[in-house]
Design a protein around this ligand. Structure first.
Ligand code: FAD
Length: 401
């Protein structure tokens, strides 16, 4: 049976994130954005709300909420600012839910529990200066030396690079396979900031998500204990793709929140601003833009909720999550561009939020699979060039856990 109503818990979560972000962050976000300042004080507040362990089971220190709640929180956070949702994407989506699914019991106790409680912050390091979409092009290597691996390499464009304590890092463990670009030579590791040889920095030339931290980190022969290998040697590429199923889901839901923010700001402005003696909302071409935002918002919401429903059931959702991410991020770019247009010259000023929305939306059309990569994926599913094979570890279904 189809049911589009939120449960009591889901509705409560949606309201509490909306109230918190509206009260604590919305009044300050313009200044944080203009100052290019990430406010670390936001993290303990998100932890208090249970957001940093939202869909992590209570036995691992999380809030034990379902995956629809993860989507709702992402949507509400990005309604206020993309930087808030990015925290959910890397800390929960890409990192913690991967440890929940692929980590050993010891890794869960050591890393997942404090992360879910918000005592440590985590992120995801795949991209490098010379490899983004082409993940097989990474150069980072991990050489086994007795009871540890030695990791050397550089990661780039990493969200929370200068903030996080723990990093899920991907590196080649098989150098022959590296030469052949055979992804079964890649492995995944948990790297702590405190490990000797680790250093990080912030990207200061970034022009969007300015209240968020994005940076790079370097590993100079960092000794990583073998216990920090996630999954088995050679499973790193699969683990990275698995992590993206959860990260992309939060990006899709977040972009949906951004479309709603564009819609609401546009409706407000269109009923206040007058041109040719009437509210600009009376002009049909302005109505068209607003109607498109509503259509994009409702479609995006249905798409991420279907993906969340599949996650709750424990069913594979790579295809559905990818479609949701592709559609909603492209739609958010359309909505943000049109919101600026509706605001006229005022849209071109930071006095109104839509310019910030316009700068923020573009990142999501690039990260976690560019628009082009998602287009190719969807075509390949249809053409029979791509099928999803079961993975050794899966995201635990919500209803059965
Ligand atoms: C704000 C921000 C935050 C990020 N956070 C993280 C993070 O936390 N962790 C992390 O690991 N990475 C992160 N990234 C990196 C992001 O995932 C990459 O930028 C993304 O995967 C694209 O890689 P690239 O930038 O190297 O572009 P490229 O892969 O070089 O692509 C350049 C262009 O070529 C196109 N292209 C490439 N290959 C093909 C193809 N086969 N067919 C058609 N077109 C193609 C792309 O679509 C794109 O338009 C972040 C990026 C940004 C902007």
């Amino acid at each position: 049976m189809l049911d589009f109503d939120l449960t009591e818990e889901q509705g409560l979560l949606e309201r509490s994130v909306r109230e918190w972000a509206g009260r604590e962050v919305a009044p300050r976000i313009r200044e944080l954005d203009r100052a290019h300042r990430f406010d670390p004080g936001i993290l303990p507040q998100m932890a208090d709300l249970g957001l940093l362990g939202i869909s992590v089971p209570t036995e691992y220190g999380g809030a034990g909420m379902d995956y629809i709640c993860l989507g709702l929180a992402s949507e509400e956070l990005e309604y206020v600012d993309t930087s808030l949702r990015v925290i959910m994407s890397v800390h929960v989506g890409l990192n913690s839910l991967t440890l929940l699914s692929w980590g050993t019991e010891e890794q869960k106790q050591r890393y997942l529990v404090p992360q879910a409680q918000g005592r440590t912050i985590a992120t995801f390091g795949l991209t490098e200066p010379s490899a983004g979409s082409d993940a097989r092009g990474i150069q980072t290597v991990a050489i086994r030396r007795g009871d540890h691996y030695e990791l050397t390499g550089e990661k780039m464009w990493i969200s929370l690079a200068d903030v996080a304590d723990n990093f899920l890092v991907f590196a080649w463990t098989d150098l022959e396979k590296k030469k052949e670009r055979d992804p079964s030579g890649m492995s995944a590791f948990i790297v702590e900031r405190s490990f000797k040889g680790f250093s990080s920095g912030t990207l200061t030339e970034k022009w969007g998500i300015l209240a968020g931290n994005t940076g790079h980190f370097k590993m100079d022969a960092v000794e990583v204990p073998t216990e920090n290998l996630v999954g088995r040697e050679g499973e790193g590429f699969k683990i990275a793709m698995f992590a993206l199923d959860q990260g992309r889901y939060t990006v899709a839901a977040g972009a949906t929140g951004l479309i709603r923010a564009c819609r609401d700001a546009s409706v407000r402005y269109a009923t206040q601003r007058k041109a040719f003696g009437v509210e600009i909302g009376s002009h049909q071409l302005v109505k068209e833009l607003i109607a498109q935002m509503e259509s994009d918002y409702q479609t995006s919401r249905l798409l991420w909720q279907r993906a969340g429903w599949l996650k709750n059931q424990g069913r594979r959702n790579t295809r559905e999550t990818g479609l949701a991410k592709w559609f909603s991020t492209v739609a958010s770019e359309r909505a943000a561009g049109d919101a600026v247009q509706i605001h006229g010259a005022n849209g071109y000023s930071d006095e109104y939020p839509v310019g910030r929305f316009y700068r923020n939306c573009k990142g999501a059309v690039i990260y976690e699979g560019t628009r082009e990569i998602h287009k190719i994926m969807q075509a390949d599913y249809l053409l029979g060039y791509r099928t999803d094979r079961p993975t050794r570890c899966e995201l635990p279904a919500w209803e059965t856990r």
